[in-house]
Ligand binder design. Sequence first.
Ligand code: GTP
Ligand code: MG
Length: 197
Amino acid sequence: LFAGECTFYFGSPRIDQLPPIDLPEVAFAGRSNVGKSSLINALTGRKALARASSEPGRTKQLNFFNLSERLALVDMPGYGFAKAAKSVKEDWQETMFAYLRGRTTLERVILLLDARIELKASDKDVMELLDRAAVVFQIVLTKADQVKPGALKKKREEIEALALKHAAAYPRVVVTSSETGEGIEDLRGEIARFARS
Ligand code: GTP
Ligand code: MG
């Protein structure tokens, strides 16, 4: 699946402009700068398929990537960033939430949390939204290369305990680094099960 073609095919700035219902979708959500676009690049083995940047707020629309005509990967704008203008921010968030709540082809949300950072109120809000919408999400810790093994183990245990408290959370947490490739093959396996055969 991940060895095949992966191409950008649709960008949606607004919820009334989504691509037609067709492929099953797996969406990547998380705070701005957590590493969503970088993770999509690591999973697909491309350097710049999804545009990543050290500047938070890089991804400004829902970007749909077609993986081997079998699965869509959806790169979402981040939430919880401080910089963008309020009106712009509200537009993105509204689109993001509407998509998460209402997309019939959405099979799984990969919810990214930065392994270095404490859980924020915005992360909790999104988990509650997914619980309410009954959209199953799997938590992925990012930037594992930036955390010492002991602290990483503790973080993983803490987040696994948190997942158990959320009705829609998949219990298994995957620890990743887009820099070193840690956890990438593991996450490919988790995602591949949603692909059309
Ligand atoms: P928005 O589109 O703004 O919501 O951000 P994003 O979640 O898509 O983050 P992006 O992939 O653009 O990455 C943000 C920054 O984190 C970039 O400078 C990346 O190089 C860096 N980064 C992403 N993943 C990793 C990782 O695994 N390890 C390290 N060390 N840095 C990472
Ligand atoms: Mg991005």
